[in-house]
Design a protein around this ligand. Structure first.
Ligand SMILES: C[S@@+](CC[C@H](N)C(=O)[O-])C[C@H]1O[C@@H](n2cnc3c(N)ncnc32)[C@H](O)[C@@H]1O
Length: 350
């Protein structure tokens, strides 16, 4: 039986692998390989950042080593100024993004992520979905004309997984624990469920409509589930016009973040072909199909989505601040402050 719970746990107990079918075993091994690679990648990234900080600190100290006290003070001042400018630029970008998202909440294309499928996914799939949602949020924030994004049915396992994302509380997005059918009960005729199984093909996006995307990571194990849901609820459905523009090597079922990105690209360009070619990865247009968040650089997107945390930046700033202060302290002061410095760096790392 599968037991995946989090990144660091094995997916199945060793003895269990023998009792499952050949294809399930292959899938399991693949998942284990991916998981191991993910852990390795994370560790390598952490090490790379540590080395990078260390190298920069060394270079800075070398640069200051043969300088007079006066030159040091000047260099430190100028570095502080550059840092202040950099931080100012970031703050400005963030506030522009917030402004765009607030405008989108009034005039943007409504796009709903239907999160009512938690019970049909494994913990790993739910985690993957949370990463995809984070990716959607980041992609939306970068757009000149973002969509008005809704998370509906936002509770249960996916709700708690989202809560664990850094900065999630501050996301400018609609978070609704109620199902969309209740939220939009007075606008049912405007709802269009996007599903690869629909007969109707989407031609345009209509700002008066509300497009729903199924919050599922299921490798299409639950084939047709969103189509069935739309039919049962008596709401319209449509598929993306992929086949009109591009021939895929495998199924036309895309991931949640790919669909969101395609819609965003279409809002921006009004050109489906461009949207499909920009978003659908080469490998899906080639031979192999992969679903999941393998292509999502989680650490990078977490940083982009975190309005105020930006832990890595903060860590960097603390390091630089200390290097600056070090440069204008006497040797004796430096050794006295060493213990304190180590404590603070440790605190930012934990
Ligand atoms: C990974 S798919 C989930 C597949 C699931 N078995 C189903 O029945 O919808 C995630 C969601 O992206 C949207 N989607 C994926 N491919 C699509 C396509 N070709 N056209 C329209 N929507 C699509 C659908 O809303 C779908 O629920």
């Amino acid at each position: 039986m599968l037991e995946a719970t989090d990144d660091n746990e094995p997916i199945a107990a060793a003895g269990e692998a023998a009792s499952i079918s050949k294809s399930a075993r292959k899938r399991l091994l693949k998942q284990q390989r991916l998981q191991a690679r993910k852990i390795e990648r994370k560790a390598a990234e952490k090490e790379r950042r540590r080395e990078d900080l260390e190298r920069r600190r060394r270079e800075w100290e070398e640069k200051l080593a043969d300088k007079t006290e006066e030159e040091r003070t000047r260099l430190v001042k100028s570095r502080k100024e550059t840092r202040r400018e950099r931080m100012g630029k970031r703050t400005e970008e963030r506030s522009k993004r917030a402004e765009r998202l607030r405008t989108a909440a009034v005039v943007g294309q409504k796009v709903v992520l239907d999160l009512e499928f938690s019970d049909l996914m494994s913990p790993t799939e739910i985690q993957s979905l949370a990463h995809q949602i984070m990716y959607c949020y980041a992609a939306n924030g970068k757009c000149e004309y973002p969509a008005h994004l809704w998370l509906t049915g936002c509770n249960g396992n996916i709700g708690s997984q989202l809560q664990r994302l850094p900065g999630y509380d501050k996301w400018i997005i609609e978070k609704e624990s109620r199902p969309y059918i209740e939220v939009f009960q007075d606008h049912k005729e405007k709802l269009i469920y996007l599903t690869a199984d629909a007969e109707t093909t989407l031609e345009e996006l209509d700002t008066n409509r509300i497009y729903i995307i199924g919050g599922l990571v299921d490798r299409n194990r639950w084939k047709g589930i969103t189509m069935k849901k739309a039919n049962e609820q008596g709401i319209q459905s449509a598929k993306l016009p992929i086949g009109n523009y591009i021939k895929l090597a495998s199924s036309q079922v895309l991931t949640v973040n790919q669909v969101v990105e395609i819609l965003l690209k279409f809002v921006e360009t009004g050109d489906w072909k461009n949207a499909f070619f920009t978003v659908i990865p080469q490998r899906k247009r080639g031979a192999v199909e992969i679903e999941g968040d393998d292509t999502i650089d989680v650490a990078k997107i977490e940083k982009e989505c975190n309005e105020e945390g930006l832990e890595a930046d903060a860590e960097e700033e603390v390091e630089e601040e200390y290097a600056d202060n070090d440069a204008i302290r006497t040797k004796k002061q430096r050794s006295e402050s060493k213990t304190e410095e180590t404590d603070i760096i440790k605190a930012t790392e934990s």
